[in-house]
Design a protein around this ligand. Structure first.
Ligand SMILES: Cc1cc2nc3c(=O)[nH]c(=O)nc-3n(C[C@H](O)[C@H](O)[C@H](O)COP(=O)(O)O)c2cc1C
Length: 218
């Protein structure tokens, strides 16, 4: 059997959000489909039994779905798909908010809130049959699973490997660096849009007027 043929089934890619013992949980899934549309929309999620997210959904009976957009940072997929919430606080690594107590990504193409109405254990997965209790639009077009397999998987592996090696969440180091330059003379902390390193040598502290060379990085 050519199992790669399965990659050509069209799914999207999603981050499921839930809670286990009051702590945020979640993972990446592709096995999420709409099953009926009336009288209320219903969906099916296939979740790996061994995963923490599976236990969280069984405990709360609810979860959110953030539909990943084509412009998603590959790190987001690796963060939620290549490690377990048992070993890492995955939500702490991404911009997110709570919607009715459950986490959703700040940036996604669309969002759903789902309530489990029935479930069936398959060999390795649980099929959760759910009602959509809320839905709202985000920004952009959805990422297609086949496009992820073809052109994003390698970048995702690379971004996650770099994160594991350095502990640095992509995009955060630059922001932190920018805010950590302090004037040794008056204590003013530089917080401008331009990275401190790129300010001209003639730039002066706006509080005490001392030159750039009197700043140090915290
Ligand atoms: C591209 C991709 C697709 C995935 N699809 C599913 C899926 O449909 N269902 C599922 O339960 N896990 C899926 N996973 C695996 C989980 O995201 C992964 O096992 C995760 O580490 C589980 O984390 P948890 O223990 O915190 O729940 C997928 C992972 C990737 C990278």
């Amino acid at each position: 059997m050519e199992t790669k043929a399965l990659y050509k089934i069209s799914y999207g890619l999603y981050v499921v959000g839930s809670k286990l013992d009051g702590k945020l949980a979640g993972c990446v899934v592709d096995a999420f489909i709409q099953s009926t549309s009336s009288p209320v929309p219903t969906v099916i999620l296939c979740s790996i039994q061994a995963n923490q997210t599976n236990a969280a959904i069984k405990q709360t009976g609810e979860f959110t779905v953030s539909v990943l957009g084509r412009d998603v940072e590959p790190f987001v997929i690796g963060n939620f798909g290549f490690q377990s919430g048992r070993d890492a606080d995955k939500w702490a690594n991404v911009e997110h908010r709570l919607a009715g107590g459950l986490p959703v990504l700040d940036k996604a193409a669309a969002y759903f809130r789902c309530r489990v109405t029935d479930q069936k254990e398959l060999s390795t997965h649980t099929a959760f049959f759910c009602e959509v209790t809320d839905a709202w639009l985000g920004e952009g077009e959805p990422l297609i699973y086949g496009d992820y397999q073809a052109s994003m998987k390698a970048k995702t592996l690379e971004a996650f490997k770099a994160f594991k090696e350095t502990g640095i969440v992509p995009g955060r180091q630059a922001a932190e660096k920018k805010t950590k330059w302090v004037c040794k003379i008056c204590g003013y902390v530089y917080d401008g849009q331009t990275p401190f390193e790129q300010l001209p040598e003639t730039w002066k502290c706006p509080v005490c007027g001392h030159p750039k060379s009197d700043f140090e990085m915290l």
